[in-house]
Design a protein around this ligand. Structure first.
Ligand SMILES: [Fe+2]
Length: 181
């Protein structure tokens, strides 16, 4: 079974339960499934690498492989709800408010391996690895098609959310299911 199919099953399974899945809860479950494919993750010296895992129905699942110094722009998610978990290494996350339509830092924290966070629909933030390499898992509802890109002066542009590797890397990876023979 393709990895994307196993992720769909995790989402279907959680969606049938009374507690209703948040992106962070899904990150936790999908992160456990992803352990067996992490050796396939691709790093680049040029930029952090966004790996597609699943675009399905109301959901998007994506992994980012980071190397030192690969910082994101300050960005928003155009109202999409997200969750993030750190699967290896560490990340710093800075969150900004916009009292005058310009980013103002109000929270800065380190997210260590195993950290799980909900990224609310209005979050404006910036991520950077704090370790030589890091891997983070991101889940969005609905799928993240565009992001608002900001600098100190305000919002610069709305950019499409693009991937850096093909689906063969993770989405179509096959492997022995957890608990399988
Ligand atoms: Fe983000």
């Amino acid at each position: 079974m393709h990895f994307a199919e196993s992720v769909k099953e995790v989402i279907r399974d959680l969606s049938a339960r009374p507690e209703r899945p948040t992106p962070a809860l899904l990150c936790q479950k999908v992160g456990a499934e992803l352990e067996r494919h992490l050796d396939r993750v691709v790093y680049s010296n040029d930029r952090y690498m966004r790996h597609p895992i699943l675009l399905w129905d109301e959901w998007e699942v994506m992994l980012i492989a980071w190397k030192s110094g690969q910082i994101t722009p300050i960005h928003d998610h155009r109202g999409v709800m997200g969750g993030m978990s750190v699967l290896s290494g560490g990340l710093s996350e800075e969150r900004f408010g916009t009292p005058q339509e310009k980013p103002e830092l109000f929270d800065s924290r380190n997210r260590a391996e195993g950290d799980l966070s909900d990224i609310g629909p209005t979050v404006l933030h910036r991520l950077a690895p704090t370790t030589p390499t890091a891997i983070s898992l991101h889940i969005y509802r609905p799928p993240l098609r565009t992001m608002g890109i900001w600098d100190a002066t305000g919002m610069l542009a709305i950019m499409p959310s693009a991937f850096d590797v093909g689906e063969e890397v993770l989405a179509h990876a096959t492997g022995v299911p957890v608990g399988g023979a």
